[in-house]
Design a protein around this ligand. Structure first.
Ligand code: ADQ
Length: 475
């Protein structure tokens, strides 16, 4: 079996069975343990000066290879082009896109430099799997260094519609760089369609659905394959964590503070793509329109700040603080706080137990590649008395979780109605919806996601020769 090389911006700090590891990290780490291999990426350190050196750490059959970034590289590659240009554009926020040519040059330079660091560690039959928007030019950089191995790419965030992607000045170079991979994986079919639309209408390439379900793409003189691979979780492990935490301190504290009131629960990184302002307002609208709900339900929003050195993130934080203060000021009573707005990180086991103790999972991003919280919320429910998931149609998870109450996060009244429906849903309907979603989550767990991608990457094989012009014209 070939050795697997995972390349991602950050290398997940995995400790065996450790609480910090998310589904993705665990899923990928499992694959590495099976095949043996290496996880390569940024260590998280930012160096003021000097020459960053790779640190190798062996754990069983897995080698962790990490390297620091110089301050200028961090600013241009990570903070700048990745998170101030690509992240907003790929989440349909062209209004927030900041573009600086030097940052793009830094992004390309760091990708090339990281690729050069990896090359001496590679063996001939390694299979390389690159993750996410920080590393779009990575295969191109490896190819330039003479690497012929199979290289796959998985995009964790949405791929935007062409008209939105055009807002990123080097859009063409980026898509051309993606075409240097052998296999491209997207979270959902709409993301794959958006990519194909760009290939056909902006790049003059062709796309064709193959009998094996993969889409064959020809563009920029390259031939590659693409498919949709919705990422999953391990639902039964989350259920077990949640059950084990049912009598733990966090849940006891929550319950004793609530005095039998219902709970609506949200957990997100604090990010403008997650739709938190609209979500707060819809909860306020519920209280406005349904006086009977006042003092009967609290909304818990857990949102640890991220990327706090970017203006857009400081801005959303201030807006949320203002909104939660305003709504609480309007409705709170001596014995009831309507919105609990918490900036903390919690261990996975605690989150799972809190999900189980809540009546509604409220997951309403404006755009999201998948949204694992939606899947974790459902997995954590009590099979005898499950809560209800209220889910944005713009989360990738909505393509699979049809048992959720699907909402448009811009429709404040619609979301308030859905919250009301969720809070009063009879047990029989909650059970039917939960069972439907759990079956889906078990069928497409994170191992299935990983194995499908690895199988297809093995299948597409080494770089394929371009088809002759005639066949290309027939598409
Ligand atoms: P994210 O944007 O980070 O991921 P998400 O899929 O929701 O979004 O994953 C967040 C993870 O962090 C979840 O496992 C969640 O439990 C955990 N988490 C969130 N808040 C936490 C807190 N306060 N304490 C502890 N843990 C917390 C990107 C894409 C998503 C895609 C994933 C995986 O943006 O769309 O689903 O990658 O592909």
């Amino acid at each position: 079996m070939s050795r697997l090389i995972i390349v991602s911006n950050r290398v997940a700090p995995i400790s065996e069975g450790g609480p910090a590891a998310g589904g993705l990290a665990v899923g990928v780490y499992d694959a590495l343990k099976e095949t043996g291999g290496m996880w390569f990426g940024w260590s998280g350190d930012v160096l003021a000066s000097g020459q960053p050196q790779i640190v190798l750490e062996e754990r069983g059959a897995v080698t962790f290879a990490t390297i620091g970034l110089l301050r200028r590289d961090y600013d241009q590659y990570y903070r700048g082009f990745s998170n101030a240009t690509l992240w907003p554009a790929f989440h349909y926020r062209a209004d927030l896109v900041q573009y600086d040519r030097h940052e793009y040059e830094g992004y390309s330079r760091v990708n090339a430099w990281l690729a050069q660091q990896l090359v001496p560690l590679l063996r001939e039959d390694d299979v390389i799997w690159v993750h996410d928007y920080h590393l779009i030019p990575f295969a191109q950089a490896l190819r330039a260094a003479g690497v012929k191995n199979r290289i796959g790419f998985f995009l964790h965030i949405p791929f935007p519609a062409s008209q939105v992607l055009l807002a990123v000045p080097p859009h063409r170079e980026l898509v051309q760089a993606l075409c240097a991979f052998d296999l491209l994986g997207f979270q959902t079919r709409p993301d794959l369609r958006a990519f194909c639309d760009y290939i056909v209408n902006e790049a003059g390439g062709t796309t064709a659905l193959q009998p094996d379900g993969l889409t064959r793409i020809e563009a920029f003189g390259q031939t590659l394959c693409a498919g949709d691979y919705p990422i999953g979780v391990y639902p039964d492990e989350i259920a077990e964590l949640a059950r084990a935490g049912e009598r733990g301190k966090p849940v006891r504290t929550l319950k004793s503070t609530l005095h039998g009131r219902k709970v609506i629960m949200s957990v997100d990184r604090l990010d403008y793509s997650k739709g938190l302002v609209e979500r707060f307002r819809a909860f306020e609208r519920l209280l406005d329109h349904t006086p009977a709900q006042r003092n009967k339900v609290s909304f818990v929003q857990i949102a640890p700040p991220t990327r706090a050195d970017l203006h857009a993130y400081q801005d959303i934080r201030l807006r949320l603080e203002a909104e939660s203060g305003r709504i609480n000021g309007r409705y709170a009573e001596l014995d009831w706080t309507p919105i609990w707005y918490i900036h903390r990180q919690y261990e996975r086991a605690v989150l799972a137990a809190l999900f189980r103790a809540s009546n509604v999972g409220y997951v309403t991003p404006l755009r999201d590649g998948m949204n694992l919280v939606a899947k974790e919320y459902v997995s954590a429910q009590d099979p005898e008395d499950p809560g209800v998931l209220v889910l944005s149609r713009f989360a990738g998870a909505a393509q699979e979780l049809s048992g959720a109450l699907i909402v448009n996060p811009l429709d404040i009244d619609g979301m308030a109605d859905a919250l009301g429906t969720a809070l009063s849903m009879p047990l029989a309907e909650r059970l039917a919806r939960y069972q439907d979603m759990m079956a889906q989550l078990r069928e497409n767990n994170v191992s299935v996601w990983r194995d499908r991608f690895m199988r297809d990457l093995g299948r597409v094989g080494v770089r394929q020769a371009s088809l002759p012009a005639l066949e290309r014209a027939q598409g």
